[in-house]
Design a protein around this ligand. Structure first.
Ligand SMILES: Nc1ncnc2c1ncn2[C@@H]1O[C@H](COP(=O)(O)OP(=O)(O)OP(=O)(O)O)[C@@H](O)[C@H]1O
Ligand SMILES: [Mg+2]
Length: 266
């Protein structure tokens, strides 16, 4: 309903935003560059950040930037299944019928990786999201599973992503075999004050807004409350648009934002 009230062609601040429409925040570009470095050097990288800062979206952009004729991307968010599902998924993803026992499955995955690298000249890219949820045993498995080298170079790319405490956990002694092999680390920071305002304008422009809908004071209120976390900005702006249209306000001021903040309990 607010879409027609504000003459928007599309729903703004959508989760399904295309990488092409990304807001070019400094840290978004920084994280993508770090991933591009990993693409060249291959090996293991770590991408961390607070909830809603844009990790999954950045990983999606990275995935879409890779040519399917050179890279095979296997994305696995830990919230979606158990670790055995992950190993089986890996085997499937590599074109193998998964073996039953874990040891056999591991050997099979390693062979599968070698095969697609040597025979098809394709680099497998494993993206493990929400890794802060991983149990210690899984992190240790990952160290084992990806501890093989061909011609002394890494034949794969592995990205571990999660909340900042993943870094603290990985720093523990028993994870050193894995941590020592991480060659890229990037922590995505929230948007700066200036970026929040541009982020809001950017999203509204993509949605087809013809003129500014939020006053400067409204955007400042969102900046203050959101602390620059994109997901919070999305929620507050959508809520503000809802309230604004209900109250027949052509322009959204800080009063509407205050209502939106109260309503979203953020
Ligand atoms: N550079 C950007 N341009 C446009 N939208 C963005 C950008 N970064 C983040 N977003 C928006 O922020 C939302 C939240 O980002 P995302 O889901 O990637 O966060 P996350 O860090 O993975 O959070 P969580 O830790 O909860 O999984 C995305 O749905 C997207 O709409
Ligand atoms: Mg995420």
């Amino acid at each position: 309903m607010y879409k027609s009230f504000y003459s928007l062609a599309q729903t703004p601040f959508s989760k399904e935003i295309r990488p092409l429409d990304a807001f070019p925040a400094t840290d978004y570009k920084g994280a993508l560059n770090a991933l591009k470095y990993l693409e060249k050097s291959k090996g293991i990288g770590l991408l961390i950040g607070e909830p809603g800062v844009g990790k999954t979206f950045t990983l999606r952009s990275f995935k879409e930037s890779l040519s399917p004729s050179l890279y095979q991307v296997i994305y696995f968010p830990l919230s979606t299944g158990g670790v055995m599902d992950f190993y089986r998924g890996l085997a499937y993803g590599l074109g193998e019928e998964p073996k039953f026992r874990k040891v056999d499955l591991f050997r099979q995955i390693q062979r599968g990786i070698e095969r697609i690298v040597e025979e098809r000249r394709i680099t497998p890219v494993f993206i493990l999201d929400e890794m802060h949820m991983a149990k210690d045993a899984f992190l240790q498995d990952i160290a084992l599973l990806f501890n093989f080298q061909m011609d002394s170079t890494n034949p794969f790319i592995l990205v571990l992503s999660g909340l900042p405490h993943l870094k603290t956990r990985l720093a523990l002694n028993h994870h050193r075999p894995l941590t020592q092999r991480i060659i890229m680390k990037y922590e995505i920071q929230p948007l700066t004050k200036e970026e929040v305002s541009n982020y809001i304008d950017h999203h509204l422009k993509i949605a087809g807004a013809k003129m500014p809908i939020f006053t400067e004071a409204a955007k400042e209120a969102i900046t203050l409350r959101s602390q620059g976390w994109p997901r919070v900005i999305n929620t507050l702006t959508i809520n503000s648009l809802l309230f604004g249209s209900q109250l027949n306000k052509e322009q959204i001021d800080e009063e509407i934002v205050r209502l939106a903040i109260e309503d979203s309990k953020l």
